[in-house]
Design a protein around this ligand. Structure first.
Ligand SMILES: Nc1nc2c(c(=O)[nH]1)N[C@H]1C(S)=C(S)[C@@H](COP(=O)(O)O)O[C@H]1N2
Ligand SMILES: [Mo]
Length: 511
């Protein structure tokens, strides 16, 4: 390093770091503002987050889901904020003599944002103007504040003027960011959903009998409210698709390509079915299972109108945000399975986070191979020709739901009175049906549980059993047998590649 450089005055550390942070805030806010016009996911912060989700190795994703559950995305966004702030401080500190090192870092940030937005399958070409705005504003603000701070270091030190400017930049960033948020949500799907009005089933689902659940004993209610329904997807910002803009295109190995709009679907006679959805990432005893009355049209009818050609194997579906899914064509065309293109859920239009305007629901298959939300494209094809999102990330091609059961009461490690104890839970083997459930206390004999009234074979079934427990520590396990005669295996396997198995076992203390 030359001596000339070394003798140049340096900025104090604190204003130098502040410059980095302010340039970051201004850049992100500018990007967010522009994204308000070209699509919320173009906001560089979100674009980078979404890309991070797509490139995250499966083991890390599985770890995130099992550690943070459905908060995994909040953790990701917070983690990114910490890393970005750290890098911004670093950019500032590296630039105490010359603004060049920091400028290079700022430019690299910007480039990453541009690449991330460019890479998003759900964003048009125009979307990169959002990270480009970030890049320009980041570079501009960094240079400008640096010059200001530096001129004051060499001439009359005027900390107040610098601080005033700093506050001004921060406030401007806040306003721009907020404006972006408001403008972006103006084009929201929520308004469009509210305008849909009441969807009336031509064939309503049979009423759920009162004794279809044992909620009083601790099982979930038979139907899960839309609010409580589990949610799993790769979207950081829920795709905003308005019913009036939505199209579903069916193409590929078909006699004729067809496209449907929202009115084309809602004006058909709608059928309502009670169906239990399950995620392949559900651990033994896990929460990713819920039941709803889904309302829609037979997916089979839509495919018949297109005319599926012989040799077709896979229905390859794509969502508005570019997520893809492969479903066996056989399953979708099987009239007894009753796969739906659903537009309603529990008497309302589909909630935005559950796929508004339309999603697929195929009883008996895990969500990752069957339940595409915000679905816009159906390509009839072969397994070889197309590979869906999760296939390249270690998950199996086919995902039939495995026969399983879960204990809901008592909770693990609960303290219960000795004597009579009611154990209750759920069991599921969608599209096969539950035949019986048994419970076992402390490796004793399996004892039959009482099942709730059956609703249909595509839903979960609740069970309860009465045990006598002596004072002390105990454990209880449950196992289900489905209507094919298959008893749930006790062999413990993890969720990857095609669903966890093993008996749910909990420990508790009796006093
Ligand atoms: N567009 C889209 N659809 C998707 C997913 C996704 O990531 N993106 N995840 C699937 C998975 S893994 C599951 S388990 C179900 C969950 O549906 P829910 O969020 O309505 O419960 O949606 C499926 N459909
Ligand atoms: Mo899933």
């Amino acid at each position: 390093m030359s001596t000339e450089l070394d003798t140049r005055p340096r900025l104090a550390a604190r204003p130098a770091a502040l410059i980095g942070v302010l340039a970051l805030l201004a850049a992100l806010a500018a990007g967010h503002l522009v994204a308000g016009f070209v699509g919320p996911n173009a906001s560089p912060y979100l674009a980078v987050g979404n890309s991070a989700i797509d490139v995250t190795p499966s083991w890390l994703k599985d770890f995130a889901v099992s550690t943070f559950g459905t908060h995994d995305k909040v953790v990701l966004l917070l983690g990114m904020a910490v890393v970005l702030l750290g890098l911004a401080v670093l950019a500032g500190l590296l630039s105490r003599r010359s603004h060049l090192p920091g400028l290079v870092l700022v430019a690299v940030f910007g480039a990453v944002g541009v690449l991330a937005a460019y890479d998003r399958p759900d964003l048009g070409q125009i979307a990169i103007v959002a990270p480009l705005a970030s890049l320009l504003v980041g570079v501009g603000v960094f240079t400008w504040l640096h010059r200001l701070a530096w001129s004051q270091t060499v001439s009359t030190p005027d900390r107040r003027r610098f601080l005033k400017t700093a506050v001004g930049v921060a406030a401007g960033a806040g306003v721009a960011g907020l404006a972006g948020q408001l403008i972006g949500s103006r084009k929201d799907a929520e308004g469009s959903r509210a305008a849909v009005g009441r969807l009336v089933p031509a064939r309503p689902a049979p009423a759920i009998p009162a004794d279809a659940d044992f909620a009083k004993l601790g099982t979930p209610p038979f139907l899960t409210s839309n609010r409580d329904f589990y949610r799993i997807d790769t979207a950081l910002v829920v795709p905003q698709v308005r019913a009036e803009d939505w199209r579903l295109r069916i193409h590929g190995m078909v006699e004729r390509e067809v496209t449907f709009g929202y009115a084309d679907i809602r004006d058909r006679p709608l059928v309502e079915r009670s169906i239990t959805l399950t995620c392949v990432s559900n651990e033994v005893g896990g929460p990713y299972i819920s039941t709803a009355n889904f309302l829609g049209v037979e997916l089979r009818d839509l495919l018949d109108e297109a005319g599926v050609k012989p040799g077709a194997e896979q229905l390859f579906s794509t969502s508005a945000d570019g997520w893809t899914c492969g479903t066996p064509v056989d399953a979708v065309l099987d009239p007894r399975r009753g796969a739906l293109l659903a537009i309603g859920m529990n008497g309302e239009p589909l909630p935005v986070e559950h796929g508004f305007p339309a999603r697929m629901v195929v009883p008996g298959l895990y969500g990752y191979v069957s339940a595409t939300k915000w679905v816009t494209d159906l390509e009839v094809t072969t397994w070889k020709a197309r590979r869906a999102y999760w296939l390249d990330r270690g998950w199996g091609e086919r995902g039939p739901i495995k026969t399983q059961s879960r204990i809901d009461a008592p909770k693990g490690f609960a303290n219960v009175p000795a004597g009579k104890l009611i154990v209750a839970g759920i069991a599921w083997a969608q599209h096969t049906g539950i035949e019986k459930v048994e419970v076992r206390l402390d490796n004793g004999p399996w004892q039959p549980a009482t099942l709730s009234t059956v609703v249909n074979d595509d839903t979960w079934r609740m069970w309860q059993a009465e045990l006598q427990v002596s004072p002390g520590g105990h454990q209880v396990s449950a196992r289900a047998t489905d209507k094919s005669g298959y008893p749930q295996t006790g062999e413990r396997v993890g969720t990857v590649p095609d669903g966890a198995t093993g008996w749910h076992t909990i420990r508790f203390d009796a006093k």
